[in-house]
Design a protein around this ligand. Structure first.
Ligand SMILES: [Zn+2]
Ligand SMILES: [Zn+2]
Length: 127
């Protein structure tokens, strides 16, 4: 007999589904980026948080040198205004910001890992 309780099947989620977006929507008016994932999860970033995650060499530094964001700059409204979002191949997105910055490629795996929902925030603080 099959269970009618809707209990989750006890089997690890294939890694691909967790980091495969089925829908990416940038809402410029609201300043948010929402992503629906193939495993049914959704992630919503506000533009300000997303800007702070920029993984590019300028923001994050490279070769052991600190990046611009490591200097804890005060971000201007331009720098946190989401202008546009482009897909980069099948693995990342590249937002364009109000100050013209567009060199940050955010891999899907990063966007899922940094998901700001309570469940994922709790998971990160535990580990
Ligand atoms: Zn950057
Ligand atoms: Zn989440």
């Amino acid at each position: 007999m099959t269970s009618s309780t809707g209990a989750p099947i006890d089997r690890p989620m294939p890694a691909g589904e967790r980091t495969t977006p089925t829908r990416i929507h940038a809402d410029r008016a609201a300043g948010t980026l929402s992503i629906d994932w193939a495993d049914g999860h959704s992630t919503i970033y506000n533009a300000h948080d997303l800007r702070w995650l920029c993984p590019c060499a300028f923001c994050r530094g490279e070769a052991g040198l600190p990046g611009w964001l490591d200097t804890s700059p005060t971000l201007t409204p331009d720098q946190t205004r989401l202008e546009d979002v482009h897909l980069v191949g099948s693995y990342a997105i590249a937002p364009t910001w109000g100050d013209g910055h567009h060199t940050g490629y955010y891999p899907f795996a990063l966007l899922r890992e940094r998901c700001s929902c309570p469940e994922d925030t709790q998971r990160r603080t535990r580990s």
